[in-house]
Design a protein around this ligand. Sequence first.
Ligand code: HEC
Ligand code: HEC
Ligand code: HEC
Ligand code: HEC
Ligand code: HEC
Ligand code: HEC
Length: 316
Amino acid sequence: MRLLPAVLLTVLLGCDDTVFGVPSHGSGGGSTGATDSTDSGDTPSDSGDTTGDSGDTDDASYHPDGFSDPTVHGMQAKLQEQTCIACHGDTLEGVGQALSCDTCHPTGWRTDCTFCHGGAVDSTGAPPVHLSNADETDTHAFGPHMSHVAAGDLHDGFDCDSCHTKPTDVLSVGHVFVGDETPGVADVDLSGGLSAGGSWSGTSCSDLYCHGNGRRDNGSMSGQGEVTGCGDCHADLDAGRDGWDTMSGEHEDHLREGLECADCHGETSSDSRSIADTSLHVNGTVDLAWTGSVVKTGDTCNGACHGEDHDDRDWD
Ligand code: HEC
Ligand code: HEC
Ligand code: HEC
Ligand code: HEC
Ligand code: HEC
Ligand code: HEC
């Protein structure tokens, strides 16, 4: 029995309107909703019965030649140019002819966070490598993943959930294959981190605690920005009176008199120019550590320090 390819396709895929009107997102054609996707997901399984004796699956291929190349089908999946689950099943385990993705992928790929992105520097899944498979850091909306995710001189590592809903699997809702409303673009959600009140515009962050001066969510930062010194977020030892005036309470008085950060925040910084214990810095808490008998309760200090009585002194 000979059939024209188009007719054969129709038979194999079991319907006439979803063959070329492939359920897709993005540039690949008309976008369809979840309902359509589910409906068309059934079609290849119907067709499964009819293929047994046709013998000639090449003619019947839905995908073009070369599609099994990871740089082709992998990229289409990552950019969600087609709705893979519509035909390969809600769990990607295959429906009829549309085989399971597990057929070729290594065991564990579904929870391997560097299978599709990340991996150039560590195994967290954070770029570089980007979705495009490029590993450069400077041409993407957000360059400095590693300086956040990895522990550094200023802070411990921040996990993905500071800035994203962190998936556990490729099928996690909102991640990539299921319920993701932003094909090919990562969703940013700061609500799980220290900068819960912050926002991401697509190129920069604003209303951040982490890049603020420690008094409120008043920091902002470009997605390509770099931290250059202690004075970037709050006044530092060299800021002078105008800078110190932006800090709370009696900072300016004390710093002007020659005290240093380490005199009052000795565990966080022992030399006032570097961080001694990164777990105490940008952790959401102002850590006080000083010698002397002063006790601060609310905004009021009592006791003595640097030879001076501080009873009932206000810090506000
Ligand atoms: C015919 C074999 C085959 C099938 C079927 C298959 N893949 Fe792949 N895919 C591969 C190979 C090979 C790789 C590269 C694996 C590696 O690097 O370890 C890959 C890699 C990928 C990648 C990563 C690409 C990248 O550049 O980061 C994605 C995403 C992907 N596949 C999606 C899918 C999805 C979704 C399905 C099921 C709808 C699927 N694949 C079915 C062979 C296949
Ligand atoms: C309209 C249904 C449909 C959609 C949507 C679909 N596939 Fe397929 N896919 C099939 C069928 C049917 C096969 C079996 C071979 C064929 O017909 O090409 C298949 C086979 C494959 C293969 C094996 C290689 C090959 O060329 O046969 C890979 C890899 C694959 N699909 C990946 C994907 C990925 C990744 C997506 C999403 C980006 C996707 N498919 C979307 C129906 C679909
Ligand atoms: C099959 C490929 C694939 C695998 C495997 C994968 N991801 Fe993703 N991931 C993507 C794609 C594609 C995006 C961009 C999402 C979009 O389009 O909204 C993404 C985005 C993300 C984001 C940004 C937030 C979001 O959902 O948009 C995080 C965080 C993330 N992935 C973490 C992980 C973690 C953790 C793992 C391992 C448990 C993992 N990914 C495994 C493909 C994958
Ligand atoms: C400090 C905030 C922050 C942290 C922490 C963070 N990300 Fe992101 N991430 C972003 C921003 C911002 C984007 C850019 C979103 C956009 O394109 O609009 C992004 C984009 C991504 C992308 C898409 C990259 C691309 O090529 O478009 C992936 C994948 C991703 N993040 C994964 C992760 C993973 C995995 C982790 C944890 C190991 C993580 N991120 C931690 C802020 C963060
Ligand atoms: C990216 C912004 C940023 C940079 C850069 C920065 N800080 Fe901070 N710093 C903060 C924030 C926010 C706080 C508020 C308290 C907290 O969450 O730890 C803080 C608090 C402090 C404190 C108060 C004690 C404490 O544990 O909170 C000291 C001391 C301090 N920083 C010293 C430094 C020094 C020294 C440097 C340079 C090596 C530096 N900071 C660079 C953001 C920054
Ligand atoms: C005389 C003691 C003292 C000195 C010196 C001092 N701090 Fe503080 N710092 C405090 C107190 C007290 C607080 C308020 C803690 C609270 O609100 O619970 C504070 C709070 C902070 C905060 C949170 C934001 C704010 O303004 O309240 C930052 C950031 C900070 N200090 C950084 C520094 C840095 C950097 C230096 C050195 C340039 C420094 N401090 C020197 C006592 C001091």
